[in-house]
Design a protein. Structure first.
Length: 104
């Protein structure tokens, strides 16, 4: 991280936090804080979780679960693409081998 950090104020569940970040990351930080605030308000609004600490932990768990789920889907997609590419490569190699044998 560079030395050009600026203080940014964000508000989450009606509490203000000052966070240092690079100026180029300010918009991303504010958007992240807004997103987290929305998630925490949803959890608080459900009435099933009481206490800011517990709400924060539940929000973190939900976000981590979503992140891991997306990562797993991406990994599965990559594996499917790799399998398909290997299959196509094998078919091309077979076709080339057969073509070479016909030329002999």
């Amino acid at each position: 991280m560079s030395e050009n950090l600026i203080p940014v104020s964000v508000r989450i569940l009606d509490k203000e936090y000052r966070v240092a970040c690079e100026e180029s990351e300010q918009d991303s930080l504010v958007a992240s804080a807004r997103f987290l605030d929305e998630k925490m308000r949803e959890i608080r609004g459900s009435g099933r979780v009481i206490g800011t600490d517990r709400i924060a932990v539940m929000a973190a768990l939900n976000l981590a679960n979503e992140l891991l789920d997306q990562k797993n889907r991406k990994d599965n997609s990559s594996q499917a693409v790799n399998r398909r590419l290997r299959s196509m490569q094998e078919k091309i190699e077979i076709a080339l081998t057969q073509s070479n044998q016909l030329e002999l």
